[in-house]
Design a protein around this ligand. Structure first.
Ligand SMILES: [Zn+2]
Length: 272
């Protein structure tokens, strides 16, 4: 698995270089990722932080549904009363109802619109609402995250793939969840991999930055390069049957932070 890991690293590096050389602009110029140097978190970052905090909270409490529900609502660190940028799961008939509750700007009649889905890319829909008079209103769900390129990746699809990764399910698992929710399947497997690649590139970049900052903090704490560290390893199951192993080096400082890590995997979406 060492060889695979090296191969994996080379692949990551190549991917990273390729992305870098493509454009000088940030890889994801929209709201999905702000430059790492920004001190005020963007909305999406706040959302991710808050969902992560909630996840931690969930892990640390018993499965008392009612209790965790109410605490969940109160514990939101982001303004829980701000609905200006939330995602809704909505039935398409509800949207049609909304459109038809307004008068057509052309023929001044209401209730004459019908819809047609002209394209669907995972969670992102291209919908045309057409009035009997012929007027068409175009409606798109999700925002493109690489508007400068001809990539059609959207924030909705990216966050769903991130969500899947956080809860440990891949495309098939997400499809099951979507199915139960009455949502059509995620993007096709080839696209799904492209999303994962981009996400992975970003995670690598953030991890590198984070370990760099941690190393500098540890140097400051120990007033030099002689830093005391703690080494930890983890694997999914005991014995030698685990598919994943993660090793971390953590600074013995205040606060302790990850200085380096190594992930070995016999099943990796990157090299599989
Ligand atoms: Zn009309």
């Amino acid at each position: 698995s060492n060889r695979r890991d090296r191969k994996n690293k080379a692949k990551i590096q190549a991917l990273y270089e390729r992305q870098k050389s493509k454009t000088d602009a940030p890889l994801i110029p929209s709201t999905l990722a702000q430059p790492i140097t920004t001190t005020t978190p963007s909305t999406i970052e706040k959302k991710l932080i808050s969902s992560y905090q909630r996840r931690l909270f969930d892990l640390s409490t018993d499965d008392d549904d009612e209790k965790s529900l109410s605490s969940d609502d109160e514990d939101l660190s982001v303004d829980s009363n701000d609905y200006s940028d939330v995602n809704l799961i909505v039935n398409i008939q509800n949207i049609l109802f909304l459109v038809n509750s307004m008068k057509c700007p052309i023929c001044d009649v209401h209730g004459q619109y019908d819809f047609k889905v002209t394209k669907r890319l995972g969670l992102s829909y291209y919908i045309s609402f057409t009035c009997t008079c012929g007027n068409i209103i175009h409606f798109i769900t999700g925002n493109r995250i690489l508007p400068a390129s001809n990539s059609q990746m959207t924030d909705l699809n990216m966050t769903s793939i991130l969500a899947g990764s956080l809860i440990g399910v891949q495309r098939r698992g997400l499809q099951k969840f979507f199915g139960a929710m009455g949502i059509l399947p995620p993007v096709q497997i080839e696209s799904y991999k492209r999303y994962e690649d981009l996400l992975f590139t970003y995670i690598q970049e953030v991890a590198e930055k984070s370990t760099e900052v941690a190393a500098n903090e540890a140097r400051t704490y120990y007033k030099g390069d002689d830093v005391t560290v703690s080494i930890d390893g983890t694997w999914l199951t005991q014995g030698y049957s685990s598919l994943h192993g993660v090793g971390t080096i953590v600074s013995v400082a205040d606060p302790p932070k990850v200085l380096d890590y190594e992930i070995l995997s016999r099943h990796c979406s990157e090299c599989a």
